[in-house]
Design a protein around this ligand. Structure first.
Ligand SMILES: C[S@@+](CC[C@H](N)C(=O)[O-])C[C@H]1O[C@@H](n2cnc3c(N)ncnc32)[C@H](O)[C@@H]1O
Length: 229
């Protein structure tokens, strides 16, 4: 696992520092992951599978990759993947899962708080699935995702739709969530820089942490970068 050095911090670091003290996100997410042997299902996210299955593999970045199921699925389909997350606990699990599945050769795991990160290279695909951080406004985190897409590449952002939140999240605060339209507006995903491919709200059935059946709604934005910014 790579731990990014402070040289990757950027001049807007103070913006994020207004929202959370340095290290808060890492501590909070490490605690959350440590409270369970396994946090997520281990299956790739359904909107990722639906939206990426037909893309030609290249270099992918999974922002907030958690326990690594999406990154491993991408690697198995021929992508070279960078999985970035603030939680070292999650990344250790992700790396172990990748080794177990024989997919570790083409995945790099990077432990990094997005609050002090700027993309230092560009990717053919940047995916952010349920990157709902309490420490940093989603506009800021997901603007970074958009900035990491190379011309001709794909941005895929999926989040819990504000009208279909999972019932188990007692912590829900409305400002953490967005519709696909919110994303397009706030991130300025529009011509001439972008072509919007999917702007959608999708209902799906899922299994909750106690094995219960739940109905969720996903906000889905997929766009192709037409030109460098
Ligand atoms: C709801 S989980 C989603 C994980 C994974 N994408 C999935 O769908 O299973 C959100 C993830 O974002 C990560 N995260 C939250 N805030 C972050 C930050 N400031 N920098 C980097 N990662 C962050 C968390 O550690 C967590 O793994």
């Amino acid at each position: 696992m790579t731990k990014r050095s402070p040289t990757h911090s950027h001049s807007h670091e103070h913006d994020a520092a207004e929202h959370a003290a340095p290290g808060t996100a890492a501590r909070m997410w490490d605690e959350k992951y440590s409270s369970r042997a396994k946090m997520w299902s281990g299956d790739p996210n359904p909107q990722l599978v639906a939206e990426v299955a037909d893309l030609r593999p290249g270099e992918a970045l999974d922002l907030g990759c958690g326990e690594g199921a999406d990154a491993i699925w991408l690697a198995a389909r021929g992508w070279t993947v960078t999985g970035l997350d603030v939680s070292a606990v999650a990344l250790e699990r992700a790396a172990a899962h990748a080794r177990e599945r024989g997919q570790d050769a083409t995945i790099e795991w990077v432990q990094q708080d997005l609050a002090s990160w700027v993309p230092d290279r560009l990717f053919d695909l940047v995916t952010a699935q349920f990157l709902h951080s309490t420490q940093m406004p989603w506009q800021q985190a997901l603007q970074l995702a958009a900035a990491a897409v190379r011309a001709g590449g794909t941005l895929l952002i999926v989040g819990h739709h504000p009208d279909g939140l999972p019932p188990w999240g007692a912590h829900h605060t409305p400002e953490k969530f967005f519709t696909a339209e919110d994303l397009a507006r706030e991130l300025r995903i529009e011509e001439p820089l972008w072509r919007v491919e999917v702007l959608d709200s999708r209902q799906r059935n899922a299994i909750g942490p106690e094995g219960e059946a739940v109905s969720l709604r996903d906000a889905v934005l997929r766009a192709t970068r037409l030109a460098a910014q």
